[in-house]
Design a protein around this ligand. Structure first.
Ligand code: WT7
Length: 637
C-alpha cells in the first residue's frame, strides 16, 4: 500500500495531508495491514496533553517479537536477521538467520522465566554490542518483561542509579568487552554497581573475552549452560497495546537521568513504518546503523524497526578507528551495505583523516546515508555526500529524540530533495509547530523558534518511570497543549526544518540570539579546523560574549597563530555577521564528549566561567582527560 512506502514527492504530500487530516485512519490502516495482532484495538487513539495521557491502539493484544521474528519464518527463515561483525576483523562475522534468532530468543526467554522473571518485571541489560544484547532485549519482550538497557560504557555509579530507579530484579552482562585493542572489565563494573543495588536478585553472565571474573554465589550464573539446557520454544506473552515495552534513560539538563517509558503497539508500528520509508528499505538490502543498542537509535533502528520489516541488520562490536580509520568503509565493502546510518561526530572524526582510508574501499553498494544525534555541519555533510556517497546516495538527516521513540523529521530518500544541514520535512503523522518566546505560534516561514509537536504520534514516550509529574513539567508545561522538544529550529522559505540545537545552548550576545551550531558551522569551514564548540562567557558590555574551542586538523600542531584567529573570525563574519565573532579562541587537543559523542558544552561553560570547582561528574565522559588540558590552556584565568 502506498501509505506504507512513499515513492515520489507528490505522494509524500498526499500521504502527509491524509495523516494530518485524519491521523487515526492513517495509522489504523498501517497497523491493520502490516502487523499481526491477537486482538484488534477498540480505539485507535485517545489523548490529552494536559495530563498528559496518550493511548494508541487501546484494547489491542499483541507480542512485538511475533512481529519481529515469528511471522517472518515462513518466507524468511533462512534469511540473515542479524549480521554480527566482531571487533577484530580477523574474527569471522556471524550470520544469524531468522530461524536461528527465533530459537535463540525463545531459549533466552525460557531462561529468564526459569530465573523467576515475570511479565512487568524490570531487567537491566548491560552488555557490549554482541548478539546476546539484541537477543536478550527480544527475550524480555517475548515474556513481557520490561528491558532497561544501559550503555556498557557507563560507569558503575551511573549503572547503579539506573538499576535502582526502576527497581530491576536482574542484570544481564558479560565477563568483559572488546573496544579496539582494549578490553573492558564489565563484570567488575557490575559488581561495583550491585553493592548499591539490593533489588537485584540474579545476574546472568555471557562469556565474551574469557577473562577471569568473580562469580558471586547464589546471584551470578553463566548464561551459556542455562541456554544449552533451555527449550527452544517459548509461547509469547500476549501484551496489551499500552503495556510498557522498555525503559531507556536519558539525561536531563538537571537532576537525575529520566527513565523514558515506551509502550508496545504504537512504538512497533511507528519504528517499522519510519524504518521502511526513511531508509527506502527493500527486501534484499543490508542495513547498518553504527549506533550502540544502549541508545534509542539502536533500540529503534538496529533491533525493532529493521526486524519488524524482516530486514538484515548489521551489529558492529568495534570502533571506527580499529584497526585503522578505514574500518567503517571496509565493513561497508565487505558486507555490501546498502543503507548506512551514523552520527555527525563520527563523520567529522573520519573526515579529519586521510582520504585514502575511504578511497581504498568499494562503497558502490550504498544507496542511502543517514545521520542522527546532533546538527550536522555543512562541511561534514558535504564530506559525507562527496566521499562516502559519491554524490549518489541521498543523505537522510533524521531529527528525533529518545523521547520521540522514532524519527520525526527527515527527508525520504529519492523523494525529498535534500539540502545540506536540513532535516527537511516532518514525516507523515508528525505535526510540528514553531513557538516564539512569548509562547505564540509562529506561522510564517523563514523564521526560527522553539520546536514543538502538537499532536500525538504512536511512538512517543508515555511517561518518565516513577515520575509522571516530571514528565509533564519537562515536556508539556512550557507551551500549553504541546510537546516541547527542547530544540530550536529554523523553517526555511519552502517549509524545510533545520535543527539549530538545544535551546539551552543559545547565547545572547548584545541582545542578539546566536545559536552555537551555525557559528561552529562557520568555524569548521576554515580549512585548518577539524571541529569546534562555542559557548557563551560573561562579558561586561555585551552580556555574553563568545568563546570558541577549536581543534585543528593537524593534531600535532601546537603553534597557535594570531593569523588563524583572525581568519576564523573572518569566516564567521562572512557567514553570519560580525556580531557572531569570537572574543576568545582557544586551540584544544579535543572536546569533552559524552559516550554518545555529544559535546558537553556544560563543562566548557564552567571552564569559561572560571568555575572549574563545579564541573560535576566527568567520569562518564568519553575522554575525561581533555578537560584537564582545556583548563590548562584556558584564556579566562
Ligand atoms: C537530541 C536528542 C534520537 C537519536 C539520538 C539522540 C539532537 C538528534 C538530530 C539531528 C540535529 C539532532 C537534538 C535532540 N538531535 N538528531 N538530525 N539534527 N539535532 O537522542 O540523546 O535523546 O538526543 O539530539 O538536540 O533533541 P537523544
Amino acid at each position: 500500500m502506498s501509505n506504507y512506502h512513499i515513492k515520489h514527492l507528490e505522494e509524500y504530500f498526499q500521504v502527509y495531508r491524509k495523516s494530518v487530516r485524519n491521523p487515526e485512519v492513517f495509522w489504523e490502516e498501517i497497523a491493520e495491514e502490516h502487523f499481526v495482532w491477537h486482538k484488534r484495538w477498540k480505539n485507535v487513539l485517545s489523548w490529552d496533553f494536559s495530563k498528559p495521557e496518550v493511548k494508541w491502539f487501546e484494547g489491542a493484544k499483541l507480542n512485538i517479537t511475533e512481529n519481529c521474528i515469528d511471522r517472518h519464518l515462513k518466507i524468511r527463515g533462512n534469511k540473515t536477521a542479524i549480521l554480527f561483525e566482531p571487533n577484530n576483523p580477523d574474527e569471522e562475522a556471524e550470520h544469524i538467520t531468522y530461524l536461528q534468532l527465533f530459537e535463540r530468543v525463545n531459549k533466552f526467554a525460557n531462561v529468564l522465566k526459569q530465573e523467576g522473571i515475570r511479565k512487568g518485571d524490570r531487567v537491566c541489560i548491560y552488555l557490549p554490542m554482541i548478539p546476546e544484547l539484541a537477543i536478550s532485549v527480544l527475550a524480555c519482550a517475548r515474556i513481557g518483561a520490561i528491558h532497561s538497557v544501559v550503555f556498557a560504557g557507563f560507569s558503575s555509579t551511573a549503572l547503579s542509579t539506573r538499576i535502582n530507579d526502576s527497581d530491576c530484579k536482574m542484570v544481564i552482562t558479560s565477563d568483559g568487552s572488546y573496544r579496539g585493542n582494549k578490553t573492558v572489565d564489565l563484570k567488575g563494573i557490575v559488581d561495583d554497581a550491585l553493592n548499591q543495588c539490593p533489588c537485584v536478585i540474579s545476574v546472568l553472565v555471557a562469556k565474551r573475552i574469557n577473562s577471569k571474573i568473580n562469580m558471586k554465589e547464589n546471584r551470578d550464573k553463566w548464561l551459556q549452560p542455562l541456554l544449552d539446557e533451555a527449550s527452544n520454544s517459548c509461547e509469547p506473552e500476549i501484551m496489551d497495546a499500552e503495556d510498557p515495552l522498555f525503559i531507556l534513560y536519558t539525561s536531563g539538563s538537571t537532576g537525575k537521568p529520566k527513565g523514558m517509558v515506551h509502550s508496545t503497539a504504537g512504538y512497533m508500528v511507528y519504528t517499522a513504518y519510519t524504518f521502511k520509508n526513511v531508509f527506502n528499505y527493500r527486501e534484499e538490502d543490508i542495513y547498518w546503523c553504527t549506533a550502540d543498542i544502549g541508545w534509542i537509535t539502536g533500540h529503534s533502528y538496529i533491533v525493532y524497526g529493521p526486524l519488524a520489516n524482516g530486514a538484515t541488520t548489521v551489529m558492529f562490536e568495534g570502533v571506527p578507528n580499529f584497526p585503522d580509520y578505514g574500518r567503517f568503509w571496509q565493513i561497508i565493502e565487505k558486507h555490501k551495505v546498502n543503507q548506512f546510518y551514523t552520527a555527525p561526530t563520527a563523520i567529522r572524526a573520519l573526515a579529519k583523516e586521510k582520504l585514502d582510508f575511504v578511497e581504498q574501499y568499494d562503497l558502490s553498494s550504498l544507496k542511502v546515508l543517514g545521520t542522527v544525534g546532533e546538527p550536522i555541519n555543512e562541511e561534514a555533510w558535504h564530506w559525507y555526500n562527496d566521499h562516502v556517497g559519491k554524490k549518489k546516495s541521498p543523505i537522510v538527516d533524521t531529527w528525533w529524540q529518545t523521547e520521540t521513540g522514532g524519527m520525526m523529521i527527515s527527508p525520504i530518500p529519492y523523494v525529498t530533495p535534500t539540502k545540506a544541514t536540513y532535516a527537511t520535512l516532518p514525516l507523515p503523522g508528525v505535526q510540528l509547530a514553531l513557538m516564539d518566546e512569548q509562547g505564540k505560534e509562529i506561522k510564517e516561514n523563514q523564521v526560527d523558534g522553539r520546536l514543538c509537536v502538537v499532536y500525538p504520534w504512536p511512538a512517543m514516550a508515555r511517561t518518565i518511570w516513577g515520575n509522571h509529574q516530571r514528565f509533564k513539567e519537562t515536556y508539556f508545561s512550557t507551551f500549553e497543549n504541546k510537546y516541547f522538544t527542547g530544540d530550536g529550529a529554523l523553517r526555511d522559505e519552502v517549509g524545510y526544518y533545520r535543527i539549530t540545537g538545544r535551546v539551552d545552548d543559545v547565547i545572547i550576545v548584545s541582545g542578539h540570539n546566536l545559536g552555537t551550531a551555525p557559528i561552529e558551522d562557520a568555524i569548521n569551514e576554515h580549512q585548518a579546523v577539524a571541529e569546534s564548540a562555542v559557548v557563551g562567557f560573561p562579558h561586561d558590555i555585551k552580556g555574553k560574549a563568545l568563546y570558541g574551542f577549536v581543534i585543528l586538523k593537524e593534531t600535532g600542531e601546537t603553534r597557535v597563530h594570531e593569523n588563524l584567529r583572525k581568519e576564523i573570525n573572518q569566516v564567521i563574519t562572512e557567514r553570519i555577521g560580525p556580531i557572531a565573532k569570537l572574543d576568545k579562541i582557544q586551540f584544544v587537543p579535543g572536546l569533552p564528549k559524552t559516550r554518545s559523542g555529544k559535546i558537553m558544552r556544560r563543562i566548557l561553560r564552567k571552564i569559561v566561567e572560571n568555575d572549574t570547582a563545579n564541573l560535576g561528574d566527568i567520569s562518564t565522559l568519553l575522554n575525561p582527560e581533555v578537560v584537564e588540558a582545556i583548563i590548562e590552556g584556558s584564556l579566562v584565568k
